[in-house]
Design a binder for this molecule. Structure first.
Ligand SMILES: [Zn+2]
Length: 211
């Protein structure tokens, strides 16, 4: 089911009425990213479809999702004017095991469609996280925050813009397949903002209903 208006001004999740500016999750938890949106509710059908993308190599589903995101959020992209798209990274060992990162596959499709560079080097996953399923949002965030890092090359560039020519982007859009509690996007955003990136948005295929 597509996500409809009215939606949370922060995470893009559907809210019960126009008088709700933000969803309960975004009221309760600090949001370092500026805004974002998703296409569909994360229901059983979506869960099935995205699990096939992730674990059964059904990457062709991403052609459909990519095209849908391209048209649905074209206006937002024109408004944000991001310098680059950044797929949420997975740990290299997981990537080797699976052979691909589904977020990266999606970002590549979107980058091509919108003619925006996709950067997989700036943000990386430095350590594996324990499965997030049984953790509450605060624990998830703590679990994740230490996992993401900005590549030192970009950090030194930010500190020496006259040497690097200012390679660190001003505005980026994080790309992921699922936004559940927002802790992954939040953890990435904290790391990126700490590195000096000013504006961060996100786009994903699905969004959980949250609370
Ligand atoms: Zn929200």
């Amino acid at each position: 089911m597509p996500v409809r208006q009215p939606a949370c001004r922060k995470c893009g999740k559907e809210v019960p009425g126009q008088h709700h500016e933000y969803c309960l999750d975004c009221i309760r938890h600090k949001r370092t990213f500026d805004s974002g949106a998703a296409l569909f509710h994360y229901n059983d059908a979506a869960r099935h479809s995205l699990a096939a993308v992730k674990y059964k190599n059904r990457r062709e589903y991403l052609d459909f999702y990519g095209t849908a995101i391209q048209y649905r959020f074209e206006k937002a992209i024109r408004y944000w004017k991001p310098d680059m798209l950044i797929p949420v990274p997975i740990h290299p060992s997981r990537r080797r095991q699976r052979g691909y990162n589904q977020a990266e596959e999606l970002a590549i499709r979107l980058g091509k469609a919108w003619n925006i560079p996709v950067c997989t080097r700036l943000l990386f996953r430095a350590r594996k996280t324990t499965p997030q399923r049984d953790l509450n949002p605060t624990e998830r965030l703590k679990n994740l925050q230490e996992a993401f890092r900005v590549h030192p090359e970009f950090l030194s560039d930010a500190r020496n813009p006259e040497v690097s020519g200012g390679k660190l982007p001003d505005c980026v859009v994080l790309i992921d397949d699922i936004y559940t509690t927002g802790s992954t996007i939040e953890a990435c955003s904290r790391v990126l903002k700490a590195a000096g990136i000013k504006e961060i948005h996100y786009l994903s295929i699905c969004i959980g209903d949250g609370k």
